[in-house]
Design a protein around this ligand. Structure first.
Ligand SMILES: Cc1cc2nc3c(=O)[nH]c(=O)nc-3n(C[C@H](O)[C@H](O)[C@H](O)COP(=O)(O)OP(=O)(O)OC[C@H]3O[C@@H](n4cnc5c(N)ncnc54)[C@H](O)[C@@H]3O)c2cc1C
Length: 338
């Protein structure tokens, strides 16, 4: 036996909300060769939870089973073809250093996703996205192991059900897959995407008239550092709610009634700004004990100190109810609620 399980493991430093909770058992895996042994040894000990960087989940109670904490690192170029360069990351590889490594290899495609916290292995779980780009645009597949049988499977992109902040792996059927490696097809030809928000303006301010992918990564990182609370200082999990997608007729009625409501047409309807609706309901900067809504970002719930996961969830549910009352729109949490 090369792995060891920690009993009654504290989780406060392993989740970006910084909420206090514990796990009955926790095993940290930094070698992919140990994954099967850990799956086997945890099979008879209640439910299992896979943990990456802990930046997209909320513990509302102690976890009564085993946490498999994935810390395996490694990244490599697998092949180079006319249609791009195939790169692979181990699941525990921290996301932003992986993105910066791809840029250092002269590869373009992930620059807008710079500085998103968390691990490479979690990137498909909610199809991470930022600054007008989603990971699915360069995603080339993954390798996962079935927790129930220990069998490995290769997933092609079309097998993963990637959608806006969604994938097969967020749904009951998909929770049994432990992702061990992810792959991306990247390009040596820059195809920059600069039209989102104030990215172009940030590049102009930095004096980049002919930006490179690395310039874009730096600009995205600079904006994010300015705008988003650092979980090391103020506990949070980024956006707490997804932007809801509603039918066109409902969006038209809402936009006629609330002219400031930002909305974007998408394939299956119209996406509405959850932040705008939450702010309109008066929640921006609100605080209930140590659970609060960020003063600059209505979409970001924060832990001012000692909020429990249950208190943060209760606040989230009150926000959701008031948005439903005023707008008739249901908000769906982005982090996984444990
Ligand atoms: C300040 C801040 C800003 C953020 N900004 C963004 C943003 O711009 N865009 C965005 O999309 N997200 C953003 N997020 C959310 C988060 O960073 C991403 O969702 C990230 O991919 C989560 O990675 P993680 O390793 O921390 O996952 P965790 O929080 O550890 O896990 C999240 C989920 O993925 C599962 N999981 C994790 N690893 C694996 C694995 N190897 N195999 C199977 N399942 C796994 C877990 O079981 C859980 O269900 C932000 C979060 C913070 C704190």
């Amino acid at each position: 036996m090369t792995i060891s399980f920690l009993e009654n493991a504290p989780l406060a430093s392993l989740n970006s909300f910084g909420v206090m909770a514990s796990a009955a058992r926790l095993v940290t895996l930094d070698d992919s060769a140990d994954v099967l042994e850990a799956i086997d040894a945890s099979a008879a000990h209640g439910p299992r939870l896979i943990l990456g960087g802990g930046t997209n989940l909320l513990f509302t109670a102690d976890f009564e089973g085993t946490i498999l904490r994935i810390q395996t690192t490694g990244r490599r170029i697998l092949d180079e073809r006319a249609d791009g360069v195939l790169v692979e990351a181990e699941a525990g590889e921290p996301w932003d250093p992986f993105v910066q490594w791809t840029l250092a290899q002269g590869l373009c495609g992930l620059e807008n996703l710079s500085l998103i916290p968390g691990s490479a292995g979690a990137s498909p779980i909610q199809n991470i996205g930022a600054y007008g780009v989603e990971m699915r645009e360069s995603f080339a597949g993954l390798t996962a192991i079935d927790l129930s049988s220990g069998a490995a499977r290769e997933f092609a992109p079309e097998d993963c059900g990637l959608d806006y902040r969604d994938s097969l792996f967020r749904h009951p059927d998909g929770l049994r897959w432990l992702i061990v490696r992810v792959r991306f097809r990247l390009s040596r030809e820059p195809r920059l995407r600069l039209d989102y928000g104030d990215l172009r303006a940030e590049l102009e301010r930095a004096g980049c008239d002919m930006p490179t992918p690395t310039d874009v990564a730096s600009a995205v990182s600079a904006i994010r550092r300015r705008r988003l609370p650092d979980p090391a200082v103020l506990g949070n999990a980024g956006s707490f709610f997804k932007n809801p997608v509603v039918a066109k007729a409902q969006a038209q009625a809402l936009c006629a009634r609330y002219p400031g409501l930002a909305c974007w047409p998408v394939q299956d309807g119209v996406k509405l700004s959850a932040a705008w609706m939450i702010e309109r309901c008066g929640w921006k900067g609100a605080r209930e004990g140590d659970a609060g809504v960020h003063a600059e970002h209505a979409l970001v719930l924060v832990n001012h100190g000692h909020a429990s996961g249950a208190q943060l969830l209760a606040l989230a549910m009150r926000i959701r109810a008031s948005v439903m009352d005023l707008f008739g729109v249901l908000l769906e949490p982005e982090p996984r609620i444990i």
